[in-house]
Design a protein around this ligand. Structure first.
Ligand code: NDP
Length: 276
């Protein structure tokens, strides 16, 4: 049972800690999970080598999620929609099954705090992470999803691409064009990485709103600080999404559904202590 997380860089990845904790929940002593650094132009070759050496599956992180999507033999519906793969399972015949568990991880984390049914959701960003969460969010039957992005055309393209499948009203626009108040505001931009707040109109956070930043850090992120100052009642970073997407991957590989809460608590402690 050999599994890896493939990325470049990958030294910072917390996935080994998460998956070891999941394996311990079920006493899977032979479950091995490591980091695999591959050159930016060497993903497919490295993956083939890992499979030939008997690897059972992998997680895929930046910058390889799109390449992974292209090189899988079979895809889940959600990976096809996301056009990105973050989890690969090696089938007994050596074929690669690609999935995308990021959206399920986000939705599971949100549902621990609020119901999404009938809510107005504002999704900020139109990159790979935003694309992967639109259908999982839509499946919870919100009243509508508004996608806002610095480059408005990308938000409009995403809204158009998913409007047929989403089953809920979807629209895409510039940050300036966002109007009204939202119950749930999800930051899927990478602005917090650089410590940048977003140019959101006043009043986007409804009373009692939940603000979610997919980025996570030991300190309050720029977006969550902005959300707190704008009155958002519940503020969460993406650590829960990270553990949630890992739980889905672990289930795909092993058939065991791990408990997320204790692993999330352990990870939060180590993030704040700066130990991992
Ligand atoms: P991409 O590079 O694909 O997309 C980046 C997005 O952020 C684009 O919409 C871009 O806008 C926008 N953006 C970047 N900088 C700024 C800025 N200064 N102001 C406004 N908008 C900005 O990245 P991903 O979609 O892969 O990742 C987005 C975030 O989600 C990252 O922070 C990442 O760490 C996080 N993430 C977290 C996960 C988790 O498990 N917690 C999983 C996956 C991602 P434009 O189109 O105009 O360039």
């Amino acid at each position: 049972m050999r599994y890896v997380v493939i990325g470049n860089p990958v030294a910072h990845s917390r996935s080994p800690q998460i998956h070891s904790a999941f394996a311990a929940q079920f006493g899977l002593a032979d479950f091995q999970y490591e980091r695999l650094l591959l050159p930016v132009d060497g993903f497919t070759e490295g993956l083939c080598r890992f499979v030939a050496d008997g690897g059972g599956g992998c997680n895929v992180t930046l910058p390889f999620k799109e390449e992974a999507w292209r090189c899988c033999d079979r895809l889940s519906e959600r990976a096809r929609a996301a056009q990105a793969v973050n989890t690969i399972r090696v089938e007994p015949n050596g074929k690669l099954y690609g999935d995308n568990t990021d959206g399920a991880g986000l939705v599971a984390d949100l549902l621990r705090h609020v119901s999404l049914a009938g809510k107005r959701i504002l999704l900020l960003g139109a990159g790979g992470a935003a694309r992967g969460v639109i259908l999982p969010l839509a499946a919870e039957k919100p009243a509508e999803i508004v996608i806002a992005n610095r480059t408005a055309a990308k938000a409009q393209e995403l809204a158009q691409a998913f409007s047929g499948q989403a089953g809920v009203p979807l629209s895409g626009m510039d940050f300036d064009a966002v109007s009204g108040a939202f119950d749930v505001v999800v930051n899927a931009t990478s602005a917090s990485i650089g410590g940048n707040a977003l140019p959101l109109p006043a009043g986007v956070f409804a009373p009692g709103a939940l603000a979610y930043d997919m980025y996570y850090s030991a300190d309050e992120t720029a977006f969550l600080q902005q959300a707190r100052e704008s009155g958002a009642a519940i503020r969460l970073d993406g650590l829960g999404m990270l553990v949630g997407q890992a739980a889905e991957a672990f289930f795909l590989w092993t058939g065991f559904r791990p408990e997320v809460a204790p692993v999330l608590a352990e990870l939060r402690t180590s993030l704040q202590g700066g130990t991992k």
